[in-house]
Design a binder for this molecule. Structure first.
Ligand code: MN3
Length: 302
């Protein structure tokens, strides 16, 4: 399994206007019932717990491989929230020096989730938009392959609904960049589970798509990915494993009829954003200059 943490799966816009309220709406896509932590942990536990995997390897490979991609989605949504929170405090400090008596956090009172700046350092929480923590009982793993795949199809459908609803709530450029990409990737996973169910049962599950019944074409931010064929690509996140995903990920895409295909290796992606220091919550420290000096000493080995 390959997980790259030096790169995000896409190039993200740099933070500009803060949007703490919308950042909190995005929390639902991270730690909500249908969020990325749910897709990650559902497919992770379904693959770790998979019995008789050698006999039905293409299905094991599919679920385990998609789990790996979801880890990157968690990172992407966290980066989105961090970017949208950047600049939200009243930070008029110079050279990283903060004066607590100037009420630098007064501007985040009553907007978004107070824990973003109360308990956290202006950063993503493992919670939904109501601030409720992500829960292990969002994971469904009956052991019955058809039922688990049916659940995963439902989970991806709920995830798509959530993304479209957040799209309707905010036009923040960082949120929209994330949504454009993840609508396409979640769509791939929705189609993959539909194809897996069709192969296993003969039921024409792809005929149910789109769920919700709105094409990705309606969202301009998805178009660059559709033009590149990203909606037809299943990335294989290992040089040695998951080789049988092409037994499921084959045939025409239900929307445009073009052939789907497996690409070896993760998406090319973009540089991970190094979000700036936040003096109002002393992240990474009250005196970041001092921390940087210590780190430089470590790098020099002196
Ligand atoms: Mn996802």
């Amino acid at each position: 399994m390959i997980v790259r943490i030096d790169k995000l799966q896409i190039e993200m816009p740099m933070p500009q206007e803060p949007a703490p309220e919308a950042a909190n709406a995005v929390q639902e896509l991270l730690g909500g019932r249908f969020g990325e932590l749910s897709t990650l942990m559902n497919y992770t536990f379904q693959s770790f717990n998979f019995r008789g995997r050698k006999k039905v390897k293409p299905y094991y490979d599919l679920i385990a491989n998609i789990a790996t991609e979801e880890y990157g989605h968690v990172e992407l949504v966290a980066a989105t929230i961090n970017g949208m929170l950047t600049g939200a405090p009243n930070d008029d400090s110079e050279d990283g020096e903060m004066d607590p008596t100037t009420l630098p956090l007064a501007s985040v009172l009553g907007v978004g989730n107070p824990h973003h700046f109360g308990n956290n350092g202006g950063s993503a929480l493992v919670s939904n938009a109501l601030g409720q923590p992500w829960q292990g009982d969002y994971v469904f793993n009956s052991g019955d392959l058809v039922l688990d795949l049916l659940h995963n199809f439902f989970l991806e459908s709920g995830a798509r609904m959530g993304k479209i609803r957040v799209y309707e709530m905010t036009d923040h450029p960082i949120a929209r960049a994330m949504l454009g990409y993840l609508l396409v990737r979640g769509g791939v996973h929705q189609v993959a589970y539909a194809k897996a169910l069709e192969e296993l049962t003969g039921a024409n599950v792809t005929k149910m798509l789109n769920i919700p019944n709105i094409s990705n074409d309606k969202f301009p931010e998805t178009r660059q990915y559709t033009e590149q064929g990203t909606h037809r690509t299943l990335y294989r996140f290992s040089p040695d494993d998951f080789k049988d995903i092409d037994k499921v990920w084959k045939g025409p895409h239900p929307e445009d009829g073009q052939e789907v295909f497996v690409q070896d290796g993760p998406p090319e992606g973009g540089q991970a954003v190094d979000h700036p220091e936040e003096p109002s919550v002393y992240a990474p420290g009250y005196d970041p200059g001092e921390l940087a000096e210590i780190a430089q000493h470590m790098m020099r080995g002196s």
